[in-house]
Design a protein around this ligand. Structure first.
Ligand SMILES: Cc1cc2nc3c(=O)[nH]c(=O)nc-3n(C[C@H](O)[C@H](O)[C@H](O)COP(=O)(O)O)c2cc1C
Length: 354
């Protein structure tokens, strides 16, 4: 996540923040309270006569000109601290072995302290994957510009840049960067001048129809909704803050955000042509298939894969394979032989309220 712009001390506190985020996400319940992804409100209508061969069900995809064995992205998470080095390498090895994409965590620390750049670098273990660099969009209001974006991309040999939007998290975290005014024009400039595509994502509160329309007009190549229902950053920050008041304020946001399913539908409705990634609380193949059935082109998964990668690269491979297997069986049971057929399936329905 992006951090406060106080050149020297901030670097130290950025690393500490990252460390605390990692520890909190790995050890505590930081799920939303009272909000879910909304994907449970949708149901595939089972087809007992699917008329396809499971062995022939293909989940291959292409994103930003790179072939993927499955439409999955390991969402941006860590970097800049010692523990991140092995985690990123485990995630990257898994992505390379399975043939999926991956993003590294915010590279703010790596830009401000180039000595930490190795904690983000994974190309030696993942030469072929679609790899995303990552910076907080709000940094564009705190001294960053196209140059820092280019350096983030070059630092890791990325194919594209993710700019994350996290107003709620910045507002809740001590010393957060909360000046989000006039950001759109700066995002537009990055889209225009950076030599690689730019994807914009939230971090767990979803993208509204209005935000999507603005981002598409700014020229973003893709949007990742990162909706509500999975990791809640207000819950993460609630665990980290020290004053009673800050804890109470954070607690009041435990159900804030646009549910992942609603955000997918909203963004797809207003931006039919944009490359759309669904993420936020997706951890199994059925939900991944539903997200694509609702109009996403690919699916992102963060915390569940971090937990697997904290064990080993092999655990992360197994976690990815489990999602893919569930996705392929879902497609088989509705007679969708490939992602195009899944995206256009007539067999995904909103459940009727009883
Ligand atoms: C430990 C951790 C660190 C994260 N750091 C970043 C980050 O630096 N940049 C970013 O764009 N998103 C970051 N995220 C947000 C995720 O990419 C994702 O959008 C969010 O966690 C929702 O996905 P999930 O429900 O599958 O965890 C982070 C998530 C976790 C769990």
């Amino acid at each position: 996540m992006s951090d406060s712009f106080l050149p020297f001390i901030a670097n130290e506190s950025s690393s500490r923040r990252k460390q605390e985020h990692l520890r909190t996400v790995l050890n505590e319940d930081v799920g939303f309270k009272g909000v879910s992804t909304g994907l449970e409100n949708y149901q595939f209508i089972h087809q007992a006569l699917p008329e396809v061969d499971l062995d022939g069900v293909s989940v291959t995809a292409a994103l930003f000109g790179k072939a993927l064995n499955a439409p999955l992205i390991i969402s941006s998470m860590v970097g800049g601290i010692d523990a991140a080095r092995q985690l990123n390498r485990n995630l990257a090895q898994a992505a390379q072995a399975v043939g999926v994409a991956m993003g590294v965590g915010s590279q703010r620390v790596g830009i401000d302290d180039p000595g930490t750049a190795p904690t983000y670098k994974v190309r030696d273990v993942a030469p072929d994957i679609l790899l995303f660099a990552n910076l907080g969009a709000v940094q564009l209001n705190y001294g960053y510009g196209v140059d820092q974006c280019r350096r983030a991309v070059e630092m890791i040999g990325a194919d594209a840049l993710i700019l994350h939007l996290n107003p709620l998290q910045e507002a809740l975290q001590p010393g957060g960067n909360t000046n989000f005014s006039g950001l759109l024009g700066k995002i537009e400039k990055v889209c225009r001048e950076l030599p690689v595509p730019v994807m914009v994502k939230e971090v767990g509160c979803g993208i509204s129809e209005r935000a999507a329309r603005m981002l598409v007009e700014a020229g973003v190549a893709a949007i990742d909704v990162a909706g509500a229902g999975g990791t809640s950053w207000s819950e993460v920050e609630r665990r980290r803050t020290h004053t009673e008041m800050d804890k109470n304020v954070a607690a009041a946001f435990a159900s804030w955000g646009i549910a992942t399913a609603d955000s997918i539908v909203m963004v797809r409705r207003c931006a039919p042509g944009v490359t759309l990634v669904a993420s936020g609380g997706i951890s199994d193949g059925v939900d991944a298939a539903k997200a694509i059935g609702l109009g996403a082109d690919a699916v992102g998964v963060a915390a569940p894969l971090l937990k697997a990668a904290s064990v080993s690269a092999e655990s992360a491979v197994l976690a990815l394979q489990e999602i893919i297997k569930g996705m392929r069986i879902s497609m088989f049971c509705i007679g969708a032989a490939n992602l195009k057929e899944l995206k256009g399936t007539p067999w995904l329905r909103k459940k009727e309220r009883r």
